[in-house]
Design a binder for this molecule. Sequence first.
Ligand code: HEM
Ligand SMILES: N[C@@H](CC(=O)c1ccccc1NC=O)C(=O)O
Length: 284
Amino acid sequence: MSDAANQRRIEPEIHRDLRGELTYGNYLQLDTLLSCQNPVSSTGHHDEMLFIIQHQTTELWLKLLIHELEAAVASIAADDLSVAQKSLARVKHIQRQMFEQWAVLETLTPIEYARFRDDLGPASGFQSVQYRTVEFLLGNKNARMLDVFAHDRQAWESLRAVLEAPSLYDEFLRYLARHGHDVPAELLERDFSQPYQQHPELVPALKAIYENPGENWPEYETCEELVDIEESFQLWRFRHMKTVERIIGHKRGTGGSSGVDFLKAALDLTFFPELLTVRTEVGL
Ligand code: HEM
Ligand SMILES: N[C@@H](CC(=O)c1ccccc1NC=O)C(=O)O
C-alpha cells in the first residue's frame, strides 16, 4: 500500500539488520564485478564505458551459453533428448539477448570510437576464448584458431579439449545411429578436431525423419532446434559485421584482419549442413 505522499510503506518485516548475513551484494560478488570496468584510454573517454560493458555482458551471456550447450551435449550423449531440448530452448533465448544487445553499441559513432580505438592496441574479439569455445561446441572446428592463445596455456588447453571433443552435431548424429537411423559410420568415429564436412549419405536418414515427424518426434524437434540455433548464430555474426561496418567502415581490424570482409567470410560457414540440404530433398 502506498500513502498519499506517493511513497511506499516499508513493511516492518523486511530484513534490515544484515550484519554477518549473506546479502545481495555478497552473493553476486558485486564488489568484484563492478570493479572491472576500467577504461584504458589515457584521457578517459566517456564512451569507453559503453564499449567495455557491452563486451563484458556479452562474455557473461557466452559463459551461460557454454554452460547450457555443454549440458545439452551431455544429455544427448546420455540418450535424454527431452532434457537436451530444455537446454537448447534456453540457448535460443540467450542468443536473442545477445542479438538485441547490438542496438546499444550501435549508438557509438565512428568519431566517438576513434577517440579511444588506438588505445586498444592489438586486442580484438578474435581473441575471445569463450566465443571460440561456443563455435567449437557448435562444430565450427579450426585448429589454427588456437594460435592466438599460445601465450595463455590455460586458455589454449581448454580450447584444445573442446576442439578434440564431439560437437553438438557430432553427438546428435551418434544419438541418431544408436536409435536406429542410418548414419554413415565414418561420421561416428571421425577426428572431431577436423571441420565437419557435409556427407550426402546422411541426408536420406534426415529425410525419413522430416517426412515422418509423428514417428520421430524427439529427433524431429531436435533437428528444428538446431536449425534455429544456427540461424540465431548467423544473425549475431551478421549484426556484428554491420555494427563494425557502420563504426569503422573498411579499416583493418585491431586483430590484424581485413575487418568487415573477414567477418563477412564467416557468414558462409554452416554448422549443420545436412539439416539445410534436407529441405531441398523433402516433398520430392
Ligand atoms: C566498435 C565495436 C566493434 C568493432 C569495430 C569490432 C571489430 C571487429 C573486427 C574488425 C574483427 C575481426 C578481427 C580483427 O581483425 O580485429 C572482430 C572480430 C570479433 N569481434 Fe568484434 N568488433 C566490435 C565489437 C565487438 C563486440 C561487442 C563483441 C562481443 C564480444 C565482439 C566480438 C568479436 C568476436 C568474437 C570476433 C571474432 C569473430 C570471428 O572469428 O569470426 N566484437 N571485431
Ligand atoms: N577489433 C576492433 C576492436 C574491438 O572491437 C575490440 C577491442 C578489444 C576488445 C574487444 C574488441 N571487440 C571486438 O573485436 C577494431 O578493429 O576496432
